[in-house]
Design a protein around this ligand. Structure first.
Ligand SMILES: NC(=O)C1=CN([C@@H]2O[C@H](COP(=O)(O)OP(=O)(O)OC[C@H]3O[C@@H](n4cnc5c(N)ncnc54)[C@H](O)[C@@H]3O)[C@@H](O)[C@H]2O)[C@@H](O)CC1
Ligand SMILES: [K+]
Length: 517
C-alpha cells in the first residue's frame, strides 16, 4: 500500500492525461456520481484538519464558490458535508448553466435551506472561502463578470482553499487565464497536475497537498505508457541514491575523479564555493584548475584538493589549461566548468567541450556556449553534457525554444531534445529534462537559495556526484535530479534554522551533510 502511495506521489500529469485516466475509471464501472462523492468527502474531512492549525473557530462561516462543471460539483458536496457538521454555509453560484450532476447538488443544497447567491454584491462576510469555480476543465480566458468577481474575492483577505487547483490557472502551464484565485491552500485531486510545478503558478497555489482518491496504478500506467514521464522527486527517490554506495574495498580514484575549472581574479570566491560543493559530494579525488594567482587561496580552503594553477590572461582569467604531467582531460571521470570564469576564458570552454568526458557547464561556461551556438556545438559532443542554466542563461542558450516564462517544463524538454544534453533549468521548481523528453521536478525549494554563489555550490555538488556515478551504474539524469534535490533540501533546512536571510552560499555548503543525516 505504501508503495502505491509513493508511486502515486511521483506522478505528474497534464489535464489531458488526467481526463484519460478518469475515463478509464468510469469505463470500468465506477459511477461518476460515486467518484465525486468519494473525492469531495475526502476534502470535506480534510478541511477541519487543516483548519485546526489556524485560528478558525467552530461555527465560523464558510462561503462556497461554485462553477459550472464538476469542480463546482465537488464544492457543493463539500458544502453539504460541512453544513451537516454544523458550519454556517453560503453558496456563490454565478453560472446559469450547470452540468447535470452539479445542478442536482445545487438543488439539494437549496432544499436544505443553504443560501445561494448569484452576484458578488450579495455575498455576506465569511471566515473562509472554498474555491470550486474551475478545475482542470478550464481552457479559455476568464472574462467578466466572473473575472472581476475573482479579483474582488482575492481582495477580501479571507483564506481561500481551492479544490484541485486555483480557479483561473491553466492546468499544464500554470498560466493565469485572465485572472485567478489566490489560494491559501490547494487540494490537488488524485494526481499532481503540472501547474503545481510551474513557477508562474506558485504564488496562486498557497500550500499544496495531494488528496489521494485511490486511482488504480494500472490506469495511470495505461495512460502514461507512451508519454515522456514527468517525475516528481520525493525523499524516497532521492535517498535511494544518497549517500552514494561505496564498496568496503576501494580507493580514491575508484570513487570518482572530478576536475573543476573555475574562478578568475575577479571571481575568486566562486571557485571556493564550487570546491566546497564538490567536497560535500564525497568525491574520491578533486582537482581544481584556477588562474595561478588564486592557487594559494584555494589550497587554504580545500587542503584535500589538487589545485592546478594555470597561466592567466591580463584580466586574470584562465588563459590555458595546464594540467599536471601525465594528465589530460580524459584522466577525469567528470569535468565541471564555468563558475567565475569570465568570458575571457572562452578558449578554455571551447577546449573542454571537445573532450570526451561527461561535462557540466554552468555560469560563464553557459554564456560562452551560447556565443558558440549551443545546439550545434552540443550535438557534436560524444559524451554526456549537463547544462545548469537559470532562466536568463537558458534564454541566451536556447532563443528559439518555447518561452521558459510561459511553460518551463515544455521549454526544458525542447532544449534537451534539440541539444541532446541533460538540461537543468533552475527556479523555484527546478526542472530537469533529458533528450528523450523525460522530466524530473524538484517539488520544494526556498527563496533563501536566491543568492549569489548558491549555483556554484550546486555545480560542485553535481560534478562530484557525476564523477562518482561513472562507476556506480546510476543514470546521469538520476544523479542530476538527486543533486538538485539535495541542494534544495540543504537550503530548506538552513532556512528553517537560520531564517531565509541566513543562507549565504558558504553556510549552504555546511548544511549539505546535515540535510542527509
Ligand atoms: N469527473 C469526476 O467525477 C471527477 C471530477 N473531479 C473534479 O472535476 C473537475 C473537472 O470537471 P470538469 O471537466 O467538469 O471541468 P471544470 O469543473 O473544471 O469546469 C469546466 C466547466 O467550465 C466551463 N468553462 C471552461 N472555461 C470557462 C471560462 N473561461 N468561462 C466560463 N466557463 C468556462 C466549461 O464549459 C465547463 O462547463 C476536476 O477539476 C475536479 O474538481 C474530481 O473530483 C475527480 C473526479
Ligand atoms: K478550483
Amino acid at each position: 500500500m505504501e508503495d502505491r502511495q509513493e508511486k502515486i506521489s511521483q506522478v505528474v500529469v497534464t489535464a489531458g492525461q488526467m481526463r484519460d485516466i478518469e475515463k478509464r475509471i468510469f469505463a470500468a464501472g465506477m459511477p461518476v456520481v460515486a467518484l465525486m462523492e468519494k473525492v469531495a468527502g475526502l476534502i470535506a474531512r480534510r478541511i477541519p484538519e487543516v483548519l485546526s492549525n489556524t485560528s478558525f473557530l467552530r461555527g465560523s462561516c464558510i462561503g462556497i464558490l461554485v462553477g459550472p462543471g464538476h469542480n463546482g460539483g465537488d464544492a457543493l458536496v463539500v458544502a453539504r458535508e460541512l453544513y451537516f457538521r454544523g458550519h454556517e454555509i453560503w453558496i456563490y453560484s454565478p453560472f446559469s448553466k450547470l452540468k447535470e450532476l452539479t445542478s442536482q447538488h445545487l438543488q439539494y443544497a437549496q432544499s436544505l435551506g443553504i443560501p445561494i447567491y448569484q452576484t458578488i454584491e450579495q455575498l455576506p462576510n465569511s471566515d473562509l472561502l472554498i474555491d470550486g469555480l474551475f478545475g482542470f476543465g478550464l481552457e479559455r480566458n476568464l472574462t467578466d463578470p466572473i473575472a472581476s468577481a475573482i479579483n474582488q474575492l482575492n481582495e477580501l483577505s479571507v483564506p481561500i482553499y481551492s479544490i484541485d487547483l486555483p480557479s483561473g490557472l491553466h492546468t499544464d502551464t500554470g498560466e493565469v487565464l485572465g485572472t485567478a484565485i489566490r489560494a491559501t491552500h490547494t487540494f490537488c485531486l488524485g494526481l499532481w497536475k503540472l501547474a503545481f510545478f510551474q513557477d508562474q503558478a506558485l504564488e496562486y497555489m498557497g500550500k499544496a497537498e495531494l488528496i489521494d482518491f485511490d486511482i488504480p496504478l494500472v490506469d495511470v500506467e495505461a495512460v502514461l505508457k507512451d508519454a515522456p514521464r514527468i517525475k516528481r522527486i520525493t525523499p524516497a527517490t532521492a535517498l535511494d541514491t544518497l549517500p552514494l554506495p561505496r564498496p568496503p574495498v576501494t580507493h580514491k580514484y575508484k570513487e570518482g575523479h572530478l576536475l573543476l575549472i573555475c574562478g578568475s581574479r575577479r571571481y575568486a570566491g566562486g571557485a571556493i564555493l564550487t570546491g566546497l560543493g564538490a567536497r560535500a559530494s564525497g568525491v574520491g579525488m578533486l582537482s581544481i584548475a584556477v588562474p595561478e594567482s588564486l592557487k594559494s587561496l584555494l589550497v587554504s580552503h580545500l587542503p584535500e584538493a589538487l589545485i592546478v594553477g594555470c597561466p592567466e590572461t591580463e584580466t586574470g582569467a584562465i588563459a590555458q589549461l595546464q594540467l599536471p604531467e601525465n594528465t589530460n582531460l580524459s584522466s577525469f571521470n567528470a569535468i565541471a566548468c564555468g563558475p567565475g570564469l569570465t568570458r575571457d576564458a572562452t578558449p578554455i570552454v571551447q577546449e573542454v567541450i571537445k573532450s570526451e568526458r561527461p561535462l557540466i557547464l554552468d555560469a560563464d561556461g553557459l554564456n560562452i556556449l551560447a556565443q558558440m551556438g549551443a545546439i550545434a556545438t552540443l550535438k557534436k559532443r560524444q559524451a554526456v553534457t549537463v547544462l545548469t542554466p537559470h532562466t536568463g542563461e537558458f534564454e541566451r542558450l536556447f532563443p528559439d525554444v518555447t518561452d521558459a516564462k510561459h511553460d518551463r517544463v515544455k521549454a526544458v524538454q525542447e532544449a534537451a531534445a534539440q541539444s541532446e544534453a541533460v538540461v537543468l533549468l533552475k527556479g523555484a521548481r527546478t526542472a530537469i529534462a533529458n533528450p528523450q523528453g523525460a522530466v524530473w521536478i524538484i517539488p520544494e525549494s526556498t527563496p533563501a537559495l536566491a543568492r549569489g554563489g548558491s549555483g556554484d555550490v550546486l555545480t560542485g555538488l553535481l560534478g562530484g556526484l557525476l564523477a562518482q556515478a561513472a562507476t556506480k551504474q546510476i543514470s546521469v539524469e538520476d544523479i542530476v535530479a538527486t543533486a538538485a534535490w539535495w541542494h534544495s533540501q540543504a537550503g530548506i533546512l538552513a532556512a528553517q534554522e537560520r531564517t531565509e536571510l541566513g543562507v549565504d552560499a558558504f553556510t549552504l555548503t555546511q548544511y549539505l551533510m546535515k540535510a542527509l543525516t
